[in-house]
Unconditional design. Structure first.
Length: 233
């Protein structure tokens, strides 16, 4: 019996040593899994919160209707809201864009929209949208990223649009030329005849700028324009 004592002691030591190592390994593995899962939960919550807060606003309207002014008013970099003016891409191609070139203008805008949404920005996209085919494509881009969309179409009396066209900033200074009454009338009639289905009306003649921004805010967020500052909190 005494001769077996060293062997028994070694066996017991070896058994408990390996058992302790196994228990510690299991504890470490469980701790590792908890850390990984916790990190995934944090990442998911951030992604979900970001997607839920993101939105795409599309504003369609005639020249001088106020769509650019409204978009600029909503723009807020601190709250990750950016303004996407589709016509800014026209200068990439020529001084006077043709129908063929316009397709590339729209494609550039859609690619930019997708990039901005991928970076967590909400986007206010505005254009005359004479041909509205780009609107459902923009909505599709947003839907693929789980971003909600609202479409607004500005309505304003023709005579008011024509007067605004003649008195827009830069006209008197010679920095820009008015489009002219006939061009404004042609665009105005076309937009009325092709009113985008489901679009929310914005009357920039009856409503002030702040009222229009409040209407957009309530439609998108459920509260007035003071809520833009609360989007990312």
């Amino acid at each position: 019996m005494l001769a077996d004592a060293p062997f028994l002691t070694f066996w017991l030591f070896n058994y408990f040593f390996h058992s302790s190592i196994l228990i510690l390994a299991r504890i470490w593995f469980i701790h590792f899994l908890i850390l990984v899962l916790a990190r995934k939960v944090v990442q998911f919550n951030r992604y979900y919160s970001n997607v839920m807060n993101q939105f795409l606003i599309i504003i369609r309207g005639a020249p001088a209707s106020g769509k650019t002014t409204i978009a600029k008013k909503i723009r807020d970099f601190k709250n990750k809201i950016v303004w996407l003016k589709v016509d800014n891409f026209k200068d990439f191609f020529s001084n006077k864009v043709t129908k063929e070139e316009q397709k590339f203008v729209d494609e550039c805008a859609l690619a930019t929209l997708d990039y901005l949404l991928s970076k967590g920005f909400s986007v206010v996209m505005e254009k005359i949208f004479y041909n509205s085919f780009i609107i459902p494509r923009a909505i599709e881009v947003a839907n693929k990223r789980g971003v909600s969309t609202k479409v607004f179409q500005i309505i304003c009396p023709l005579a008011v649009l024509q007067e605004r066209d003649r008195t827009r900033p830069g006209i008197k200074e010679g920095c820009r030329k008015p489009l002219g009454d006939k061009a404004i009338e042609r665009i105005y009639k076309h937009l009325i005849e092709t009113f985008y289905p489901g679009a929310i009306k914005l009357d920039t003649h009856k409503l002030s700028l702040d009222d229009c921004v409040n209407l957009v805010s309530k439609s998108v967020l459920g509260y007035n324009s003071s809520g833009w500052k609360k989007i990312r909190t």
